[in-house]
Design a protein around this ligand. Structure first.
Ligand code: GDG
Length: 763
């Protein structure tokens, strides 16, 4: 693991989860001790808190028990007390009887009971109050998972000084399912109390942003949701983005190398009678994990004679889970009956084709099982991520073994070289099992290599760095106001430029030639819900005008908008170089040393380009013209399909997907935005247009400011002499960051003042 000390910028970290990450164990002599408990959350987060140290607020696991705070290693554990009735109504009821099935695509029927909801609110408030008592000034609070979705907003009320992050370990449902929840608006408002909301997959983050827009009417732009100002609060931005969780790859790999673990793997195979194929499943005993479907496929394969019970063994580890919830009790009964039936029908004395283990194991034993298994079946009906799949790949340094993985696990986004299956399709599942059991060594090696690359590329340190990096950027942007009160990141007229940027801007200001380039929406102009209402901040406009009039300074504006769309905002850009439509349009590049000019819009469309664009436009008009809510935007070099106003999200997705098929068939370059697909006859991005601008102007460093994903193409081209500044939160390749457009304007004003002596005020 890489060093994580910098990730909180010296602030205290407070973890909050329903359960503390420890279980109490009673020794033979009656003495008690605590040990870390198994489960996805703990496995992922443990290595982070080991390095950073933290306060952890959560329930210790026994009802009606009051426990004083205690310490384990670098963690201070602060137990929250839950009564038996709290456990029944808040945890087993609302969390696991309402939210869990609802968020897992309604695989089981969610139940909606008002008394469960009331208790959920009460317990969330208790957690928020406890955190408010425990957290040091200025701390970063990281709230985990679906049981505590109201905590962020409650905590913000109690302690506005805190930076609040939330991570959802399970999927976020599509808006049309979430709509069932009678308290949907309250949950969204609860979450929007956070500064950063992390999700497992892109689809989860998109579903949340759509849901937030729909039920709380807050505008989302890209990854950011803008919570409007109220009478006593300035507006805030909330980053709602995917941060796919991972595992401590090196820790698993290290266990898998240990000779005694390798020996144990061998022993397991021997104890099972040295089968030709050992298949493994490792899951909490949960109806989302697809255990019933898996057993059905296995038993049909045995019955059909497609696999031979004498040379295959399937070991299913089913870790006990939520045993007091009725649906889980039923599942356990059903699984155990099925296991008995399969072994009864296909076993022999001393040989069972199915080994079912309903208990928890040590990490070493789990790794030995991974090493012993020829095939790992991870076939959930729905799963936020699934760490077991990643652990298997991390352990298999021998590049052997086959992973059969459900398309409905978040892990399928990254582990593309698994055998991907739809677990509802029993025939497909059977085919994958047979294929896995007979996969040639060479193919196993190729696939396993690719899986291992994927988990090594995104291990838990990478995950934590991305997530905590975004959280820290928010924390850095908070500051104490003149009278000691905490202020929110967006504050017109009070922008402050961080010291590291100040130093670098001073150096840039002294260079004989300089290019100042910037994005428009979200960078120069604060985000608004209707694009035509966006306006450049006066301070930014003035600074850019002063800069462009000063010798040796080129000012360039790089936007995804068409030039016509930019003109709608009333922007005056005389003397600036302006690139529109992500670089397809370029004007004003005629001041360069070599006189190279872009001219209006980089020439005309060629005949072929014009024909293709015309054909696609006609098709879109025919196919999409009559669809309610679809807007077609013609651009000089392409066309954009906007689906933001389409009433049904699923229909919007389908229409956009259909547009992409048509556009791709015409050889168009497709750019994905939120609820919009842009099709262009020319491949261009802001990075390449900046390169063209640089080539045309005298050599010198570049200052570039941008807030959006498309600006990353520019940040990626910058060299050590240049300065890239990301505006707002989110992952970036830029070396510096400011919180908002007001601070971006302050940076430009500082540069203008240093270069020309002209002072540009904040009003
Ligand atoms: C939730 C989401 C998401 C299991 N049995 C034993 C044991 N485990 C460990 C595994 C793995 C973890 O527990 C299970 O993690 P999963 O990701 O598979 O699933 P959930 O518990 O449902 O976790 C899930 C996760 O949160 C993280 O965000 O991936 O989608 O549902 O690490 O190895 N560990 C030990 N003994 C056991 O018997 N030592």
């Amino acid at each position: 693991m890489t060093d994580m000390q910098d990730m909180t910028g010296g602030r205290e970290l407070v973890m909050v989860s329903n359960r503390l990450p420890v279980d109490r164990v009673v020794a033979d002599d009656g003495s008690t001790a605590w040990r870390t408990s198994p489960g996805g959350l703990v496995t992922a987060v443990e290595p982070i808190v080991e390095q950073l140290g933290c306060v952890w607020v959560g329930w210790a696991g026994n009802a009606d028990e009051r426990i004083d705070p205690f310490e384990i290693g670098s963690m201070r554990l602060a137990p929250v007390e839950l009564s038996g009735e709290d456990v029944e109504l808040y945890y087993e009821g609302f969390s696991n009887g309402t939210l869990w099935p609802l968020y897992h695509d309604v695989i089981a029927q969610p139940q909606y009971h008002r008394e469960w909801w009331d208790r959920y609110q009460q317990v969330n408030r208790r957690f928020a109050e406890r955190v408010a008592q425990e957290a040091a000034d200025d701390a970063i609070v990281w709230v985990h998972d679906y049981q505590l979705q109201l905590v962020p907003a409650m905590l913000r009320e109690l302690r506005p000084d805190l930076t609040i992050a939330f991570f959802l370990h399970i999927p976020f449902p599509p808006s049309r399912l979430f709509a069932q929840l009678p308290w949907r608006k309250r949950i969204v408002e609860g979450l929007l109390g956070a500064d950063v909301i992390g999700f497992q997959q892109v689809t989860d983050a998109v579903a949340f942003r759509t849901t937030a827009e729909r039920f709380t009417r807050v505008p989302a732009l890209g990854n950011t949701i803008v919570v409007p100002a109220t009478a006593d609060r300035s507006s805030r931005t909330v980053l709602a983005q995917e941060f796919p969780i991972s595992i401590d790859v090196e820790a698993f790999a290290a266990v898998a190398e240990r000779p005694e673990v390798l020996r144990r793997a061998q022993e397991i195979r021997e104890e099972l009678g040295n089968p030709r194929t050992l298949m493994l499943g490792v899951d909490r005993l949960d109806y989302t994990k697809g255990i019933r479907h898996r057993l059905k496929a296995y038993s049909e394969l045995l019955a059909d004679g497609e696999i031979d019970a004498s040379d295959i063994v399937f070991v299913q580890v089913a870790t006990p889970s939520r045993e007091r919830v009725e649906a889980y009790r039923q599942l356990r009964d059903e699984v155990e009956v099925t296991v008995g039936r399969i072994n009864g029908e296909h076993g022999a004395i001393g040989r069972a084709p199915l080994v079912y283990l309903h208990r928890a194991y040590t990490r070493d034993e789990m790794v030995a099982l991974y090493l012993a298994a020829d095939v790992l079946l991870v076939t959930p009906l729905r799963d936020g991520m699934n760490l077991v799949a990643k652990e298997y790949a991390a352990c298999r340094a021998d590049e052997r073994g086959v992973l059969v993985l459900s398309e409905f696990a978040g892990a399928a986004d990254e582990l593309r070289d698994a055998l991907l299956v739809n677990p509802h399709d029993i025939e497909g599942l059977k085919a994958a099992i047979v294929r896995a059991a007979h996969m040639p060594g060479e193919e196993q090696r190729r696939r396993m290599r690719s899986l291992r690359r994927a988990v090594y590329d995104n291990d838990v340190a990478h995950w934590a760095a991305g997530y905590l990096g975004a959280v820290q950027a928010v924390a850095e942007s908070r500051r104490v106001g003149p009278s000691g009160e905490w202020t929110e990141p967006i504050q017109v007229g009070a922008a402050f430029v961080p010291r590291s940027i100040d130093d670098r801007v001073r150096r840039l200001a002294a260079r004989p030639s300089l290019i100042v380039a910037t994005d428009f929406d979200g960078t120069l102009a604060p985000i608004v819900s209707r694009p035509q209402d966006a306006r450049i901040l006066p301070r930014a406009a003035q600074a850019l005008d002063v800069l462009s009039a000063s010798p040796g300074t080129g000012v360039a504006l790089l936007t995804g908008r068409s030039l016509a769309g930019l003109a709608e905002t009333g922007l005056r850009s005389d003397g600036w170089i302006v690139s529109g439509s992500h670089g397809s349009e370029l004007v004003g590049l005629d001041r360069g040393a070599d006189g190279a000019g872009g001219g209006p819009a980089e020439g005309e469309l060629s005949e072929d380009e014009a024909q293709r664009l015309g054909r696609l436009t006609r098709r879109f008009e025919r196919m999409l013209g009559g669809e309610a809510g679809v807007r077609l935007e013609r651009k000089p070099f392409g066309i954009a399909v906007h689906a933001r106003e389409v009433p049904d999200r699923q229909q919007a997705d389908e229409l956009l997907a259909a547009a992409v098929v048509l556009g791709t068939a015409e050889g168009m370059h497709v750019r994905e935005g939120k609820e919009v697909r842009e099709f262009s006859v020319r491949a261009s991005d802001k990075g390449s247009v900046l390169r063209r601008i640089r080539d045309a102007l005298p050599p010198g460093p570049v200052l570039f400011l941008g807030d959006d994903v498309t600006d990353e193409d520019v940040f990626a081209t910058l060299g050590p002499d240049d300065l890239g500044i990301k505006v707002g939160a989110g992952e970036t390749a830029a070396s510096e960051r400011v919180p908002d457009a007001e601070t971006a304007a302050a940076v430009l004003a500082l540069l203008a003042e240093l270069r020309t002596g002209i002072v540009i005020g904040s009003e």
